[in-house]
Design a binder for this molecule. Structure first.
Ligand SMILES: C[S@@+](CC[C@H](N)C(=O)[O-])C[C@H]1O[C@@H](n2cnc3c(N)ncnc32)[C@H](O)[C@@H]1O
Length: 351
């Protein structure tokens, strides 16, 4: 079991493209999801998040989650606008700041990232289809990686992990490292995926927004010493508001994976089936460019699942950290209009 103790926080506002938190006075116990048909929530577990904010039905919860995504995108766009205006007309910058305040306030009123994660966790309960490890595990078995005779267990990095229990049943052959920007459980390490540099301490020194003890930092150094066999980006890339940062997540997956490592990517179906800028072919091209070969693809009514294998030799943007390339080089895959009919969304990934 990981020893890192995540500190509990409640969101107050959004700063520098991320969310900032203040310490919550009392640690929040985990949300309780019953085995009954109706999802029961232990309201005392919700802390600052009011039950009414979860939505009375799953459709209502989804609608609110989607609205939160819209706010994240608005926030990212305003931040980008502000960067462009840097040093320019002060009235214009103040107007952007006011808009940023408005969007931050609305996110905070909804309950912030803490609320979003709890609402997403509800979507993972068995009655609503379970978490996406249910798709990945059989595919890993098909590939025979559960039968490796000798050697250590499969090292799997679960990014944006709302729970540390997703792969618990497979602990004999899977060694999971669950991470999230805002840990909801002590077993989930509070860590920005983009800050990980394999075999280096630099990631850890930048890691948390809270003060981490030396012991916690030492634990993290151990966690990220060796490349991973599997990286899971399940409903994480679409969480990011900025298309270039979404691309950074994919590049970072290539950086932290071992050669022949596997990337498990899950996106809402609408990102690839109803976007003006992205479809399966375009996603395939982007990932091929980064050295990923698609092994499996599966679309359900709501989700698109992909499993890729990495060939490091084909990774054309390769440096040790995706943030470096993100700044240094012009994008190969810009936001390009593919479908112009009305009713489509604007989801895109820039690499
Ligand atoms: C929709 S939730 C995750 C859902 C879960 N993985 C699933 O499949 O249902 C998205 C999560 O990604 C986390 N996240 C976003 N960017 C991240 C980053 N750079 N590093 C770590 N976690 C991140 C967010 O904090 C959020 O909890």
């Amino acid at each position: 079991m990981p020893r890192t103790k995540a500190k509990r926080r409640v969101p107050v506002t959004a700063i520098k493209g991320r969310f900032a938190y203040k310490e919550a006075p009392v640690p929040l116990p985990p949300i309780h999801i019953s085995g009954q048909e109706k999802v029961a929530i232990d309201t005392s577990a919700l802390g600052s998040v009011a039950l009414g904010k979860m939505g009375k039905t799953s459709a209502d919860t989804r609608r609110r989650i989607n609205h939160f995504h819209v706010l994240i995108k608005q926030y990212s766009k305003l931040e980008a606008k502000k960067r462009i205006c840097d040093g320019g007309d002060s009235e214009h910058i103040s107007a952007i700041d006011r808009e940023i305040d408005r969007v931050s306030r609305e996110m905070a009123e909804m309950g912030g990232l803490d609320w979003y994660q709890k609402a997403s966790l509800l979507g993972q309960c068995k009655q609503r289809g379970g978490d996406t490890s249910r798709w990945l595990v059989p595919k890993l078995r098909e590939l025979g990686v559960d039968k490796r005779q000798a050697g250590p267990r499969l090292r799997l990095l679960d990014v944006g992990a709302l729970s540390c229990m997703n792969y618990a049943k497979e602990r004999k052959w899977i060694d999971v490292t669950p991470i999230d920007l805002n840990s909801q459980e002590p077993g989930v390490h509070q860590q920005d995926f983009l800050d990980i540099v394999i075999g280096s301490e630099s990631a850890q020194s930048k890691a948390g927004y809270n003060q981490q003890t030396d012991e916690e930092l030492d634990d993290k150094v151990d966690l990220f010493n060796t490349p991973f066999d599997v990286v899971c980006l399940s409903l994480v890339v679409n969480f990011i508001g900025d298309p270039s940062r979404r691309g950074d997540m994919l590049k970072q997956a290539a950086c932290v994976l071992a050669n022949d490592g596997l990337l498990f990517l899950v996106l809402p179906l609408s990102c690839v089936c109803n976007s003006r800028y992205l479809d399966d072919d375009r996603l395939q091209q982007i990932n091929q460019h980064l050295g990923f070969t698609e092994l499996y693809k599966h679309h359900t009514a709501k989700l698109a699942h992909y499993l890729y294998r990495l060939d490091k030799g084909k990774y054309r943007d390769g440096t040790s950290n995706s943030k470096v390339t993100a700044k240094g080089s012009a994008p190969q895959f810009k936001k390009r209009l593919l479908f112009s009919e009305p009713g489509r969304n604007n989801f895109s990934i820039v690499v």
